[in-house]
Write a protein that binds this ligand. Structure first.
Ligand SMILES: *[C@@H]1O[C@H](CO)[C@@H](O)[C@H](O)[C@H]1NC(C)=O
Ligand SMILES: *[C@@H]1O[C@H](CO)[C@@H](O)[C@H](O)[C@H]1NC(C)=O
Ligand SMILES: *[C@@H]1O[C@H](CO)[C@@H](O)[C@H](O)[C@H]1NC(C)=O
Length: 346
């Protein structure tokens, strides 16, 4: 560099009062791309809860690393989707929980190395339900969340599971995993919506009912898992139904069953061997639980996720704190989702 250029550069630097080019804003394509990839890796790192979707980049800082590459420190706003982590879907394919689905929102602080591939270093997210008042002020008839330990919630899950086992075409008995969500809404009496995971056990469905409690889940690699939503309706004027619900009162049941991790490898062989049979089975139980092909990644691509060095995880039911104003210019970025709550900001 000539002396003249050097002087010019120094003069420019002084004039601008900082070193280096404009830092990228929260809507800059590079930043958004890193945020999207980081969120994909966060979702892949998790083993429980619902897949998170990006709402916006709230703040960003980019520093050059001595070892080369860039370190992105991002604050992102997220929303919970309707897809459970066990579905292993790509978050971009998942709808967010809207105002009628007991919406959940939150923030993550994320560090990502870009060299140039984005590699998640660490993350910490806090998420929480949108306050009931904010939902009801905008949508008075929307369902409100219920305590997952409520007897009616547990009963609805139990009855829904009975019905699933009765009607599914799976050979093995499925047991209850976790109750993952519950809400109720007044129709002709309270209606309960209970979402829960199920897991395939080693027992056949023909097992004597008295023995079903002893059925162990299949080895994780081979067990089908699923997510179910059961709806139980009660009539206000028929009080006995509240105390003696039965399986007929499950008015609606939807389950999605996901392939076990080991299936993707085996699948090819299996389908080549008996493709007709497989097709038939799928068609047969499609009405109850449409068969899901789970891996969000294209076949043949690398499924192993590099483990973040210091993944810190997700904290649920964390009350919202006032956010510090973004430090970067052109931040926060544009929101992708809006629940149209008239007196509440996500
Ligand atoms: C993210 O970092 C900011 C600033 O340090 C802090 O106020 C906030 O609580 C952090 N959020 C999470 C989810 O850790
Ligand atoms: C139930 O949830 C716990 C964490 O709350 C998790 O460790 C466990 O794997 C879940 N079980 C099933 C069968 O999904
Ligand atoms: C998958 O990625 C990991 C980590 O980046 C790498 O070590 C491994 O060799 C890759 N495997 C294949 C089949 O590409």
């Amino acid at each position: 560099m000539s002396v003249y250029l050097l002087v010019l550069c120094l003069a420019l630097l002084q004039q601008e009062g900082r070193a280096g080019p404009d830092p990228p804003g929260c809507d800059s394509p590079d930043v958004v791309k890193v945020a999207e990839e980081a969120l994909g890796q966060i979702n892949q790192d998790r083993t429980n809860g619902y897949i998170l979707s990006l709402n916006r980049v709230y703040d960003v800082s980019v520093t050059e690393k001595e070892t080369g590459g860039l370190l992105y420190e991002l604050a992102i706003d997220v929303m919970e989707t309707k897809c459970h982590i066990i579905s292993r879907k790509n978050w971009k394919q998942c709808e967010i929980k809207d105002i009628g689905d007991v919406p959940v929102y939150g923030e993550c602080n994320v560090s990502v190395n870009a060299n140039p591939e984005a590699k998640l270093q660490s993350y910490l997210c806090t998420i929480r339900q949108v306050p009931v008042d904010a939902v009801l002020n905008t949508c008075p008839d929307c369902p409100t969340p219920d305590d997952l330990d409520e007897p009616m919630v547990k009963e609805t899950a139990k009855l829904s599971l009975q019905r699933f086992n009765k009607e599914s075409n799976h050979v093995n008995y499925f047991a209850l995993g976790n109750i993952t969500g519950a809400s109720s809404q007044w129709v002709v009496g309270p209606s309960y919506f209970v979402e829960f995971t199920i897991v395939e056990t080693v027992c056949s469905k023909r097992t004597d009912p008295s023995q079903l409690n002893n059925c162990q889940p299949m080895d994780c690699q081979f067990a089908h898992k699923g997510l179910c939503l059961g709806t139980h309706m009660t009539h206000e004027d028929k009080m006995e139904e509240k105390t003696h619900p039965d399986v007929k009162k499950i008015v609606d049941l939807k389950c999605e069953i996901y392939e076990p991790p080991a299936a993707s490898a085996e699948k090819l062989n299996h389908e080549q061997a008996e493709s007709g049979h497989t097709e038939h089975q799928h068609a047969n139980h499609a009405h109850l639980h449409p068969h899901e092909h789970t891996h969000s990644v294209a076949p043949g691509s690398n499924l192993t996720v590099p483990k973040p060095q210091a993944s810190l995880g997700i904290v649920v039911n964390q009350p919202a704190k006032p956010k510090p104003a973004p430090a970067a210019k052109s931040c926060p970025g544009t929101s992708r989702h809006d629940l149209n709550l008239w007196d509440f900001e996500l």
